[in-house]
Design a protein around this ligand. Structure first.
Ligand SMILES: [Zn+2]
Ligand SMILES: [Zn+2]
Length: 131
């Protein structure tokens, strides 16, 4: 069981099952919606994820994508695409213990900032991870 939530504690969530697609995203939308140069994510089945306290605010960040965040403190929480309704992406650093779900790749690296360098040895994909 993975547990996490926003900075102020208003929104809390739990996730069961094995996470997958653990990645650090360099895309401009993650950047602009968080104010951070890169954002780490993991994916779980939508049915394995539940909000257990509070109600996150949500907005449409691109055509098929909805993002949620805490309306009180602003912590980015989830990403969901209408193209994959059975999957939900969760921000790794909203976990109580982000060390439990380390990233396994970098994605959208071609959209990334020139001054963000990584020496972690993980594969870096120019766009989304190949299936
Ligand atoms: Zn909050
Ligand atoms: Zn992104």
């Amino acid at each position: 069981m993975l547990k996490g939530g926003c900075f102020c504690g208003t929104v809390r969530y739990e996730a069961e099952g094995e996470p997958w697609h653990e990645t650090v995203c360099h895309c401009s939308i993650c950047r602009r919606t968080t104010g951070a140069p890169i954002v780490a994510w993991f994916t779980v089945k939508t049915g394995d994820f539940r909000i257990v306290a509070g109600e996150p605010a949500r907005f449409r960040s691109s055509g098929a994508a909805t993002r949620t965040f805490c309306g009180a403190c602003g912590t980015a929480l989830t990403f969901q695409s209408a193209d994959h309704p059975d999957e939900i992406d969760v921000t790794t650093c909203s976990l109580d213990d982000p060390e439990r779900v380390p990233p396994k790749s970098h994605t959208w690296r071609a959209s990334g900032l020139a001054w963000v360098k990584s020496a972690d040895g993980l594969p870096a994909y120019p766009e989304k991870r190949p299936d």
